[in-house]
Design a protein. Structure first.
Length: 285
């Protein structure tokens, strides 16, 4: 999804700052896509290491100024079994990436955006954060935390001119969903998601489920009594578990990538191509 968003903003004429663990892999991807390198800066960082992401944010602002849109896109998903000690380490990795990584991505931009009086901080959560699914305790809880974190931040920045946009993707065709062996209703391609996400960001939406049909399903699931919900999902196939890796140095995991492809950008700092131009913030829908 990060790559699709980067392509879409680039094709709309924006300047980009892309962040992922492997800078050379990002450079290769930019070249393969035929993107204009003069409008793109690349920064290597690991979202599980806050100081690494904060350093990338400061490098972004030093080279391109305070961005108009910051997208915290990093996310990983693995199944877990809470009766297994090793899966607590898996949960730690997921929370470090999906929750702390988002907060670290935003941190350095908040004060400059507030001082300027404009900007959008975009957090990618998930419909999986609305109700907990069996075998997905780590991922669902991380996305529930991402939802409430963005909600808290939105309240903190109310009236400052800085918008917080929470996007909740449903099922998107990415490497993360490629190994799922269960039905994926309303599946979108990454490009379809990026097109709808860009529209939501431009509109200044505070909360948007993509596609909207998944929003209807999620609201209905939220209304189900616990006993009915538990019976309905008791036999649902579960995402495979993972043998965890320790959170040390830059070896900690970031976005999943298909074999032979670069990491998806974990943050896109985009601003218009005209130097010094910052458009007025969009109206609230």
């Amino acid at each position: 999804m990060g790559q699709a968003l980067a392509r879409r903003y680039h094709n709309a004429g924006w300047r980009l700052a892309l962040v992922a663990r492997r800078q050379q892999a990002m450079a290769d991807w930019v070249q393969q896509q035929g993107l204009d390198p003069a409008r793109i800066t690349l920064h290597a960082a690991d979202v599980t290491q806050p100081d690494s992401v904060i350093a990338a944010a400061h490098a972004c602002m030093a080279s391109q100024g305070v961005p108009d849109v910051v997208i915290a896109n990093a996310g990983i998903s693995h199944g877990m079994d809470s009766s297994e000690r090793a899966d607590l380490d898996v949960m730690q990795q997921i929370l470090a990436t999906n929750v702390l990584g988002m907060a670290a991505t935003f941190q350095a931009f908040i004060r400059p955006m507030r001082e300027r009086g404009s900007g959008s901080l975009v957090g990618l959560a998930s419909v999986a954060g609305i109700r907990g699914l069996p075998g997905h305790g780590a991922y669902c809880s991380s996305k529930a935390a991402a939802l409430t974190y963005c909600e808290s931040l939105r309240g903190e920045l109310h009236g400052s001119g800085v918008r917080v946009v929470t996007l909740l993707p449903g099922y998107i065709a990415t490497p993360m969903t490629a190994g799922d062996h269960f039905s994926l209703p309303f599946l979108l391609s990454a490009d379809q998601f990026a097109e709808r996400a860009q529209r939501a960001i431009a509109a200044g939406a505070s909360y948007r489920v993509i596609p909207w049909q998944m929003g209807v399903v999620a609201r209905l699931l939220r209304l189900l009594p616990n006993a009915v919900f538990d019976r309905l999902f008791a036999g649902r196939p579960r995402k495979p578990r993972l043998t965890p890796r320790p959170l040390t140095g830059v070896a900690a995991p970031a976005d999943p990538a298909a074999p032979g492809t670069p990491d998806a950008p974990t943050v896109s700092c985009a601003d218009p191509d005209e130097p010094g131009h910052h458009p007025a913030p969009p109206s609230t829908p």
